[in-house]
Design a protein. Sequence first.
Length: 150
Amino acid sequence: MSLKNQIESGIRQAMLAKDPDRLRALRAIKSMILNEETAPGATGGDLAPDAEMKLLSKAAKQRRDSADIFRQQNRADLLEKELSEIAVIEEFLPKQLSEADIKAKLQEIIARVGATGPGDMGKVMGTATKELAGQADGKIVSMLVKSMLS
């Protein structure tokens, strides 16, 4: 079942369960999918699975950034909404890797591309971004690559 169909099914279930937080998050995801499908240059059909994962990762990242801002501003009411939306979005994302797992994968990638120092960070990040898409936050990957190549 495609992500769009899963989201639509989830929307129906959230409506029946009268769960406004889940419903709001699912509608936001559906809106992002529809915007992506109808964007100029889009194929007009369903999104590819990797495009769906990128979209979900982007949505989760936006909400994490907003949650950080709300936490700094002591806005518990808005923070709670963002955290509930993150929880719903993460249900559809692949399981996030631990920092140890990310390091192990990065060591493998560094060995494969033959990186020796900070000048090779671009090569490593290009490969790592593709292989770890949806499984790890880009900031964490970048920070780990920088420390491993220094």
